[in-house]
Write a protein that binds this ligand. Structure first.
Ligand code: ATP
Ligand code: MG
Length: 437
């Protein structure tokens, strides 16, 4: 049907041999035979069919060649087009990335607004903005939950850390600026000083003093071969300084500041190994600035107080709990979500609690760092940590009290001793409180 050119014995129609010039048309279909001829070949019939068939074979062969050549060209073109599109998208993304930091062209100077909180820096705004514009990937120190941190070096060698926080929320810029202003007004030797901020077109750039000796996390868990483990004295100094910084935020600042993300990576160490609490107020600031989010559980698993995990309501006592975990981390050298403990179904808090309950509290402490330190001293610090991680928020001490206990290194006799506390039913919570990051 619909094949008028069909011929041969089967259909009882004599075939006409195709002259070499009789090529298929563009659609690959042979033109129909309009007038069957009476040539010898036609009379021969069957032979003609065979001759036609070989001609058709060669025609379809060249047809196939043509099609495969055309497909190759088409595929190559497609690949080229995809590569071009990929390149354009990549360049655009690079430009966007740079714009996050730099703004575009003149806007960096006109659109960016620089606010410095303490007028004690010997640089003009133009100098600082210009330096910020020149930041690139080679200046990145690291990145965390809030954004990327860059090292900013001035002409005289003075360094700052610039935290770039992308503008995603629809919150008010004025509210953001006001809250930053409040954070910038707080000064304490154990806080990382917020120097100012730059409101760039696509990001808020927070300018902090540069703290040169890395974070406590690096010193505890990411030691390089040539670096020594922290000594007991260094650990106690870090514990006391961090507690002082936190107590200042809780008790001396107006408004009081709940940190919400106390952890070893937010304790930065200077050249003298003096600790500086970083990122205070950021969780609240970013929550306020994003009008869509009402309750957000900021912070890091392993450090979060159980009641905060449940309610999402941040309190000073939640910070005290996180500080207790930090203290255990300092004493044991273990991460709050240590993989070996997690395998046993415990986190640092759960494991420390069980050690204390079984009267093996000294197992918690990193043996190498306590050589020559009196057992009484070690146990008194362990007791402070245990109080801070009490599952009952009201039973936890305030940070002011923690500072006092650490400084005097004595524990108020009004509370029961460790083993009595951890044999109470309340302590079961700590065992079940296994977080994972
Ligand atoms: N003021 C600073 N001086 C020197 N290094 C800093 C400073 N602030 C941050 N850093 C470093 O920059 C890196 C990234 O810090 P960032 O605060 O963004 O991440 P994080 O602390 O790991 O997580 P989070 O966002 O939860 O705080 C860390 O290695 C930190 O030590
Ligand atoms: Mg941080």
């Amino acid at each position: 049907m619909e094949n008028p050119g069909l011929c041969g014995l089967q259909v009882n129609v004599p075939c006409q041999s195709f002259p070499p010039t009789n090529q298929p048309n563009g659609s690959g279909v042979f033109p129909p035979e309009s007038t069957p001829s009476q040539t010898p070949a036609a009379v021969a019939g069957w032979n003609a069919v065979e001759g036609g068939s070989s001609l058709r074979k060669s025609a379809s062969y060249s047809n196939g060649l043509l099609i495969s050549a055309m497909s190759t060209v088409a595929v190559s073109l497609l690949v080229a087009v995809i590569c071009c599109i990929g390149w354009i998208v990549y360049k655009k993304r690079c430009n966007n990335y740079n714009q996050v930091l730099h703004g575009n062209g003149s806007e960096a100077n006109v659109g960016s607004m620089l606010v410095m909180f303490h007028g004690d820096l010997p640089y003009t705004s133009t100098e600082i903005v210009k330096r910020i514009e020149n930041l690139d990937d080679t200046d990145i120190i690291g990145s965390g939950g809030f954004g990327t941190v860059y090292r900013l070096v001035m002409d005289d060698g003075c360094m700052f850390a610039v935290k770039a926080i992308g503008k995603q929320g629809t919150g008010s810029e004025r509210l953001f600026a006001r809250e930053l202003g409040i954070l910038g007004s707080f000064k304490h030797r154990n806080l990382v000083n917020l120097r100012g901020y730059c409101n760039a077109p696509a990001a808020n750039l927070l300018i902090y003093d540069y703290v040169p000796n890395g974070s406590l996390e690096q010193h505890l868990h990411e030691l390089e071969a040539h670096q020594e483990k922290l000594s007991w004295t260094a650990r106690m100094r870090i514990a006391q300084g961090s507690a002082r910084g936190l107590a200042y935020l809780h008790h001396d600042c107006c408004p009081r500041i709940i940190h919400r993300d106390i952890k070893s990576s937010n304790i930065l160490l200077d050249d003298c190994m003096e600790p500086h609490v970083a990122d205070f107020g950021l969780a609240k600031l970013l929550e306020d600035n994003d009008s869509h989010v009402t309750t957000i559980v900021a912070g890091t698993f392993g450090y979060l107080a159980p009641e905060y995990m449940q309610s999402g309501r941040a309190t000073e006592k939640g910070d005290v709990y996180s500080y207790g975990v930090l203290l255990l981390e300092l004493l044991s050298g273990k991460r709050p979500t240590d993989p070996f403990l997690l395998k046993k179904g415990l986190n640092l808090v759960g494991w420390a609690t069980s050690c204390i309950r079984e009267n093996r509290q000294l197992d918690i402490v990193d043996a190498k760092c306590v050589e020559g330190v009196s057992q009484e001293h070690v146990e008194s610090v362990l007791k402070i940590a245990a109080r801070c991680i009490n599952p009952e928020p009201d039973e936890r001490p305030t940070m002011q009290w923690v500072v006092q206990m650490l400084e005097s290194n004595t524990v108020s006799p009004c509370n029961s001793d460790l083993s009595t506390f951890y044999n109470s039913p309340m302590s079961d919570h700590a065992n079940n409180n296994t977080h994972g990051r």
